[in-house]
Every structure is written in structure tokens, then in C-alpha cells.
Write a protein that binds this ligand. Structure first.
Ligand SMILES: Nc1ncnc2c1ncn2[C@@H]1O[C@H](COP(=O)(O)OP(=O)(O)OP(=O)(O)O)[C@@H](O)[C@H]1O
Ligand SMILES: [Mg+2]
Length: 360
């Protein structure tokens, strides 16, 4: 397993070559940090880019002729938005082609539909379920018993992970779950404990056992998305601790929206040590003809110096957050802040970066 501290592209020429060769030969073997993992759960603080990273990871995992299912569970149509598609129905459907040929399927789980499925599957009660829905009883049940709702959703996901085709092989090479945020992730995945109160036997218990068999196994990795900021980093570290305490398998840390450093380390170091002199900058500006006259040069230099100080301060904070993340001892990957936001091309760019760093 590798710890990645460098920028995405500087990294792994060996892997790039292997990937390219793989595309040509359509080879199935891989050398990634997560070989053997079938369920990639993506969590993180709200707004850090969980849906974006889950989508890019699905694309990267599907490269070279693989088949990957991307699942969302919050009924917010985040996948459709990221892939610029109309709202997705509650069924598995192909939504994208991966680099080198490969398919990404998506499933937007609607917890209410999942409940109707469940009633039908185990009690032949779909009609009754429909009536119940009208009465709002489904809402009631899913609200008072969130563990029940979660086990249906994770059950559906686990079933897709384990599903086999006629040839006895798994249908999906991997499943990526755009999961609830860090604060809820352990409870969400820890279904056995959550439903223990609700059901000691019967279909719910079986469902919970299936989920537990998948999520508490080496087939699963729970990845965290973070930014280089104090709050999301702290949430990531707390989330990792919680996960370990619950016996769930921690994955990697995806630091998202990483900004390039605009200044050389020596300049940042000078600013940090208060050795940066705006007067010198003013002279330089004047000499290079970038400012007319001394007073103009002084004013420009002062404004620039302020921005440089701010940039240096931010870079220093980011350095500290990186260090905290490194201490967690998990594989780390950095994804760039895309200047134009995340369109489809941007998503493939992030997928490539994920691949180059060895996460897929
Ligand atoms: N690497 C990136 N570069 C630029 N913009 C990004 C990047 N990653 C995500 N974004 C943007 O940040 C916003 C939040 O991303 P996203 O919806 O993936 O986060 P989320 O964690 O899933 O949010 P929520 O908690 O609401 O589900 C979106 O507008 C997305 O396009
Ligand atoms: Mg999201």
C-alpha cells in the first residue's frame, strides 16, 4: 500500500504505462491500492465533493472493460447532476463509458421504493405497501426507525456487490456508494447493531447479516473525502476512529479541491519568517517596467505583499492539515481544484488523477 504525498501527475509512470497497455490488450489484472475491494464507500463532510469523487472513482474503476455500479442513497439525484443527465429512475442503468472501454451503471436508491420492494419480496405485500405509502405509513416507519431504512438501502447495495451472473462471476467488478456524510456513516453501515432492536430473526435480520457480511469484510473500503481545512480534516480523523472502533474497514483519504501553490517555497518561507520586504518588491516592479514611478510601484508592491502574505498563511495552514492527515496512516490521494468547476470533462480528469495515483 502506498502513501502518496506528491502531486497527482508526478507520481506513477509505471502505473500509467500499465494502464495504457491494459487498455490496448484489455487486460483484467490491475495493480492498485484497492485490489480485492468490491465495495467502495465514499463519505466525508458535507460539500467536500463526495458525489464528485464517487463518480470519478467509479469511472476510474470501470476503465479497461470493467463494469461498475455507482449508487446514491439520499434521493437527491446527485449522480444525474454530476453526469449532466435527467433524473435517474430507481433502476440500474448505464450512464457512462469509462476510459479504455468499460461501463458505469448508476442506481439512485429511493428508500420508499426500496421499502415497497422489501414488502413485496418478503410478504407479497406490494399493494398493501402502496396503500401504506399513501397513508404516509412508510414515511412514518422510515422516520421512526432510521436503522430500518438504512438496512434496506445498504441491503440493496450489498446485493449488487454479491450478485452473480450465469457464469458464476460477479456482475459488477466494483460498486461505489455515494454515502451519507461522516457524522452518519458508522451508524449507516453498522446495520447489525442498528436493527438488533428491531428484528432478532426473519427477513430484516437476514438482510442485516448480508450487509454485515459485505461491509465488515476486506471486500469493502470506506474512503473519506476532505478539503485541506480544519473542520473537514478533523471530521475525517474522527470518522476514521469511529469506523475502526466499529470494526469497519477504513479506506483511503481523498483530499479534494487542492490548489496549486503559486509561489516558490523559498518566498513562502521568507514571508513566514518575516523576511519578505515590500520595498524590494517595489524596486523589482519598477526595474521591470511593471509600475510607473516610485509611488505607483510602492502602492502595487504593498497590495501584492498583502496577497502574498495571505497566500503564505493559507499554504502554511494547508501544510499543517496535510500533516494531520498523514498521521492517520491511510493511503492519501490529492485531487485538483478544477478552475471551471466539474463538468463531464472535469470528471474524466479527476478519474485519471485517481488512476495515476494508484487508487483505481
Ligand atoms: N475538484 C473539484 N474542483 C472544482 N469543484 C469541485 C471539485 N469537487 C467538487 N466540486 C464542486 O463542489 C460542489 C460540491 O461537490 P459535491 O456535490 O460532489 O459534494 P458533496 O460532498 O457530495 O455534497 P453534499 O454533502 O451536498 O452531498 C459541487 O458544485 C462540485 O461541482
Ligand atoms: Mg453529494
Amino acid at each position: 500500500m502506498t502513501i502518496h504525498t506528491c502531486s497527482p501527475v508526478s507520481a506513477q509512470p509505471r502505473r500509467i504505462v500499465r494502464w495504457l497497455l491494459g487498455s490496448l490488450r484489455n487486460v483484467r489484472a490491475r495493480d492498485t491500492d484497492w485490489d480485492g475491494v468490491r465495495l467502495h464507500v465514499v463519505t466525508g463532510k458535507g460539500g467536500t465533493g463526495k458525489t464528485t469523487v464517487a463518480a470519478a472513482l467509479a469511472l476510474a474503476l470501470a476503465a479497461d472493460g470493467r463494469k461498475v455500479l455507482l449508487v446514491e442513497v439520499e434521493g437527491r439525484q446527485g449522480i444525474a447532476q454530476v453526469f449532466d443527465l435527467p433524473p435517474l429512475p430507481y433502476e440500474e442503468r448505464k450512464i457512462a463509458v469509462a476510459p479504455g472501454g468499460g461501463d458505469v451503471y448508476a442506481l439512485a436508491i429511493d428508500p420508499e421504493e426500496a421499502m415497497l420492494d422489501y414488502l413485496e419480496m418478503f410478504y407479497g405485500m406490494r399493494r398493501a405497501g402502496k396503500a401504506l405509502t399513501k397513508m404516509g405509513v412508510v414515511d412514518f416507519a422510515t422516520t421512526i426507525a432510521p436503522g430500518f431504512r438504512d438496512v434496506l438501502v445498504t441491503g440493496k447495495t450489498s446485493e449488487a456487490v454479491r450478485r452473480k451472473g450465469k457464469d458464476g462471476r460477479r456482475i459488477y467488478d466494483a460498486v461505489v456508494l455515494d454515502a451519507p456524510p461522516t457524522g452518519r456513516i458508522t451508524r449507516f453501515l453498522n446495520v447489525t447493531t442498528e436493527v438488533a432492536e428491531l428484528a432478532r430473526m426473519g427477513p430484516i435480520k437476514n438482510h442485516a447479516d448480508l450487509v454485515n457480511g459485505v461491509v465488515a469484510s476486506p471486500e469493502t473500503a470506506v474512503h473519506f473525502v476532505t478539503l485541506l481545512e480544519e473542520m473537514p480534516v478533523q471530521e475525517t480523523l474522527d470518522g476514521l476512529d469511529e469506523l475502526r472502533a466499529a470494526g469497519l474497514p477504513p479506506g483511503g483519504i481523498f483530499t479534494n479541491m487542492v490548489r496549486e501553490s503559486l509561489l516558490p517555497a523559498s518566498v513562502l518561507d521568507d514571508v513566514g519568517k518575516d523576511r519578505f520586504d515590500p520595498a524590494e518588491l517595489a524596486l523589482g516592479l519598477k526595474a521591470s517596467g511593471l509600475a510607473d514611478g516610485s509611488s505607483d510601484a510602492a502602492a502595487v508592491a504593498e497590495a501584492l505583499a498583502e496577497e502574498i502574505a495571505e497566500h503564505a498563511h493559507r499554504t502554511e495552514l494547508e501544510r499543517r492539515e496535510r500533516l494531520s492527515l498523514a498521521k492517520a496512516g491511510r493511503p492519501r490521494y490529492e485531487l485538483p481544484l478544477l478552475a471551471d468547476g466539474v463538468d463531464l470533462a472535469g470528471l474524466y480528469e479527476l478519474a485519471e488523477s485517481i488512476h495515476t495515483q494508484g487508487a483505481a
